[in-house]
Each structure stands twice: as structure tokens, then as C-alpha cells.
Ligand binder design. Sequence first.
Ligand code: 4AD
Ligand code: MG
Length: 431
Amino acid sequence: MKYTTIQEAITKGKGPVSIHGWVYRERGSNKLKFIVLRDSTNIIQCVLKKEDFSDKEWESIGKVQIEASMELEGEIKEDKRAPTGFEVQVKKFNIIGESNNFPINKDLNEELLGDRRHLWLRSQKMTAIMKIRSTVLGAIHEYFRSKKFYEFNSPLIIPGGAEDGPTMFEIKYFDKKMNLAQTWQLYAEAALYSLEKIYCIAPSFRAEKSSTSRHLTEYWHTEMEVAWTSLNELMDYADEMVKFVISKVLKENKEELKILGRDIKKLEPSTKKKFPRMTYDEALKILKEKKKMNIPWGKDLRTIEEEKLIEDYDTPVFVTHYPKEAMAFYKPKDPNNPKTAVCFDMLAPEGNGELIGGSMRDTDIEELKKSLKTKGEDLEDYKFYFDIHSYGAVPHGGYGLGTERLIKWICGLDNIKDAIAFPRTPTRSSP
Ligand code: 4AD
Ligand code: MG
């Protein structure tokens, strides 16, 4: 028997169909049974009449519960009253996998849904998000490959850090201590000298203790690194990549965005308008004059400040040239204003905060050593990094995007946890 997907059956619209899937809803009387069947493509109402089946069959269909898996054969026809506008009059059925008391219902709180995440993934909401996530990841690959970037993979078990020391996960590596990578960056810089334009989408790990709506301890990091580049060119890539991804989702995931109740008008400006660029100094001025927030020069922007800063924009905004001292060691001084670094963050609208962090990279080894020392790092761990820039250094830079943050924004989610199937946070590490 050749089965079609539910969507294919709906597209066919009339005549005989064979479908299989899981029971999404069921109700019945002693003469009629309604089963809404779901598969990965859609749902469809199926109706069974007692007169078409033997007593034994009728008894078994009466016992079918939510999430049982079934094969059905019958006639499909249009029916405006059915949830997706079509109905299958079932002639034959086969129960494949029973299901008893599926432990998910409307009354479960967030915590219990988290405990039963492995089953909650079957919900329409999670299914829609996972489909959008798949589009996002595919679009990122497509974007970089269309720009002639090579995909490059870096190790996830590493000796030293790169970003903030305290957010490293230390692991036991035989009789040594190692760390889980927060970024591919230092290794990417090594590969850059052969490949020139590279990207990856890979897990990054951050031991951030605070539970917020935008932090995971394990997230999928989209990173890119380019040789012979400038800060403006990096921002051009970031702008174009985000536009490309959102446009792709708007085109391919209309149904899923509808299921999530996402107002797509909020996303459309970001597919058209160039994202504004301002310096940190200009940002402080806006915060002071328009938002009555007085931030002392030198501090990194906090979440609340980022949110206030971009609440009047309908696209992401770039903030550039943050104070050098508050930045990671590899961000170079701006020769025109040495108190600032040649770097940017892209902040997303609708309260989504930092989406991308990027910068040019310092190739001055003495400067690098000085910065690392002030941050209390062991220079031994970075010997290979100094080596990289000792032979034919070129101006280069790159950025990192929190892929789940982009998915959270696109889907209009309250919490980043739902942007990934099995979230890892300080308080959630199972299933
Ligand atoms: O700003 P970050 O720390 O920059 C880097 O790691 C650079 N080495 C990237 C690069 O230039 N190659 O992290 C980059 C992005 C952030 O802008 C944020 O979107 C995301 O990664 N991110 C997180 N996403 C989810 N949960 C967390 N705990 C995150 N920490 C950072
Ligand atoms: Mg950052």
C-alpha cells in the first residue's frame, strides 16, 4: 500500500486516499466516530460509520486514544466544517501503535511540559517552531554558500577560553581539565589563512548562572570569519544574512507562523529596510536625551538599556565601537579613538536584545598579550593564537549569531527555551 502525506491527500481533494499518522483528537457516539489524524504535514478529520465495520472492528475503534498511530483508507472530499476543510470517509483502518492516557493536556504548567518535553514536541506549537528552525538553519547555509563561504568545523573540547572566563564549562578530560567551547572563533582565525571566507553552525556552551528568557547554556552558534575585511563589510553581511533568513521563513512557513499567531507585519520591515548603524557614544546620547537613562561611559549596555534603545525601531539596529575595556581581548582598539574597539552588536526589535556580536580582530601580539593579562588569562593557553598572527597577518573579522535568539524573534516567542527542542538552562538539563 502506498501512503500519501495528509497534505498530499488534501491537495488531491477528492477520491480514494491512504494515509497514516497519529490521533490528534477523537470523539464519537455509538454510530459515528470522528478522528482528527495528524502527520508531519497537516491534520485531517476522518469519519468512521458503524455500519461500515464489523462489531470487533467497531469495538477497537472505540478504544482508540489520542496519539495512537493508525493507517486509514477511504474517500476524501471537501467539507467546510472540518478543521482543514476536508474530510476522509474511512473504509478501512489499522491501529499500528496503541496509546493509553497520553500524559499531555491543557492543564499542564510550564514545568511539567518541560519534564514531558519528549512528548510535548508533538504539539502543533512545537512542530511549527521546529519547522521554522529547520528553514532558518537551511537558509543560513544557503546564504553563506551563495556568498562562496566554506563551512569550517572547530573543536568543541578546548584548553582555553575566548569570551568571558566565568562562563566556561570545565570538563574532565581523562586526567586533565578542559573546557567546552563558547565560540569557534580562535580556531576559525587559524583556518582563515587558508580558506579566507568561512562559516559554521555549531553548539556553543555558556555556563551562565542566571535564567533569563534569552540565555541557554547550550545554544547553536552561527559564526562567520572573513579575511581582508572591514567592520562595515561585516555589518553588511550580518544585515543581508538576517534579511535573507527572515524572507525565507516568510515565504516557506506561512502556515507555521499562523499557527504561532505571529504578526508578520512586525517582521516585514526587516526584509526591506537597511538596519540603522550608530556608535556606542550615539547610543548613550539617545538613552540620555530620549529615554532619561544616564549611563556612565565605559559600561557595556545591559538588557534593559538595549531594550529602551531600540524600542522605537522596527528593524534590528547596529551599535558599534563599544568601550575597549569592556570587550573581549581580541577586539582591536580603534586607531581614531583608542578607548573604543572596532566592534558591533546587532540588537533585535520587540525586546529581543543582542542577536549578533562581531568585530575586527586584533593582530598586534603585544596588545593581545596585554589584554589577556588584564583579564587574568594564562598566556600559555593562547600560544597557538599568537602564532596564527605571526605569519602574514591580514585585517580580518567575523561575527556570531545566537541562532535560537533569531528563531525566538522570528517566531515571536516569550522564551528562548522554545526555540530549541531540548533546552539546556541552569534549571533544566533533562530530558
Ligand atoms: O557576543 P558573543 O559572546 O560573541 C562571540 O562569541 C564571538 N566570538 C562571536 C564571533 O565573533 N565569532 O556571542 C555571539 C552571540 C550573541 O550575540 C548572542 O546572540 C549569542 O551568541 N549568545 C547566546 N545565545 C543563547 N544563549 C546564550 N547563553 C548566549 N550567549 C551568547
Ligand atoms: Mg556579545
